[in-house]
Design a binder for this molecule. Structure first.
Ligand code: NAP
Ligand code: ZN
Ligand code: ZN
Length: 346
């Protein structure tokens, strides 16, 4: 066991504070990672405040981890000391069910083990990336390509894969009109990736405050959803809409922006349910779908794609003692576009 400095929420809704945690000894197939950067995902805030239901405390959030391997177990074949690596939302799964075998470990039917707010196969709680080191099975560790620096790569481990997977699955590409709702952590990666895939990209944001940024990130068009005219002008426009919004939304209004046969894919995870008039799906043969992160192989594919297209996240690097302030700014939609913790400051 190794004692490691970390930032933890001691209880639901309590501010995060510096503490220490124990990391397990490096097992046969484990790598020890010296964490350099950890992104702050809105999911960290939902969980630290028990917005999704009962959680495990103390909680060390963080599932956008980038660092360097400093030790490997005797059975490790994929990584060596000095390798630049990442860890996302998962640290284990059964590896035997149909979903695991299909590379959909996030949907493991026996229950995948989350990077934090979960219990590992050893019966111990898992602790995430707001810490200086983590021990992870090599099969849940991915390689960060040389072309990406670790700070801008960290957010790809959740924001990158969560947008890449549905954009690929639902065919974002040349000739397709794609809208991204919400220009936050996920949304800004969605814009970059959809643009790199060759789609015509529109941002649907609450206001025009971030319009210049959105266009620089690769959007072709930018609209404010606070303006009712947006919904008139864009009716029936899109092949695909990706919602990254963290709060309940009037999905009926957004479904009216799809072409016949179009799909609205939701990745946002608001704390309350939404109401939906199902006629908004029936008229126009529309699809409303969901998507959860991505499997390990697809996460590696996404990192390689992002390196090839020079797509890092736009980040604001913070010290660990700024985490609570950063949470408030995320909740106020005041993030440009991902807070990343320099874990050397923990
Ligand atoms: P974020 O950085 O806070 O971005 C969310 C964006 O949604 C905001 O920047 C804002 O964009 C927009 N928004 C916020 N409140 C809104 C409201 N009341 N009405 C309309 N728009 C609103 O959060 P994130 O880290 O990208 O995460 C987004 C959501 O995805 C969270 O719920 C998170 O838990 C979830 N998530 C899901 C998965 C998955 O696997 N499905 C993975 C990661 C995260 P504008 O200012 O541009 O309007
Ligand atoms: Zn996340
Ligand atoms: Zn499984």
């Amino acid at each position: 066991m190794t004692t490691v400095a970390a930032y933890a929420a001691p209880a639901a809704k309590a501010p995060l504070e510096r503490t220490t945690i124990e990391r397990r000894a490096v097992g046969e197939f484990d790598v020890l990672i010296d964490i350099e950067f950890a992104g702050i995902c809105h999911s960290d805030i939902h969980q630290a405040r028990e917005g999704w239901g009962e959680a495990i405390f103390p909680m060390v959030p963080g599932h956008e981890i980038a660092g360097v391997v400093s030790e490997v177990g005797p059975g490790v074949t994929k990584f060596k000391v000095g390798d630049r690596v990442g860890v996302g939302c998962l640290v284990d799964s059964c590896r035997e069910c149909a979903n695991c075998k299909a590379g959909l470990e996030q949907h493991c039917t026996a229950g995948a083990v989350g990077t934090y707010n979960a219990v590992g196969k050893d019966g111990e709680p898992t602790y995430g990336g707001y810490s200086q080191k983590v021990v992870v099975d090599e099969n849940f560790t991915v390689r960060i390509p040389d072309g990406l620096s670790l700070d801008v790569a960290a957010p790809l481990l959740c924001a990158g894969i969560t947008t890449y997977s549905p954009l690929k699955h639902w065919g974002a590409g040349p000739g397709k009109k794609v809208a991204v709702i919400g220009l936050g952590g996920l949304g800004h990666m969605g814009v970059k990736i959809a643009h790199a895939l060759g789609a015509e990209v529109t941002v649907l944001s609450q206001s025009l405050r971030k319009k210049d940024d959105g266009l620089k990130l690769g959007a072709d068009h930018y609209y404010a959803t606070s303006d009712p005219k947006t919904f008139e002008d864009l009716a029936g426009s899109f092949d695909l809409i990706l919602s990254t919004v963290s709060a309940p939304l009037d999905f009926g209004a957004y479904l009216s922006l799809l072409k016949t046969g179009g799909a609205l894919v939701n990745v946002g995870a608001p704390e309350e349910p939404i109401g939906l008039n199902l006629f908004s799906l029936i008229g126009g043969n529309k699809t409303l779908a969901g998507s959860m992160i991505g499997g390990i192989a697809e996460t590696q594919e996404m990192l390689d794609f992002c390196a090839e297209h020079s797509l890092g996240a736009e980040i604001e690097l913070i010290r660990a003692d700024q985490i609570n302030e950063a949470y408030e700014r995320v909740l106020a939609s005041d993030v440009r576009y991902r807070f990343v913790i320099d874990t050397a400051t923990i």
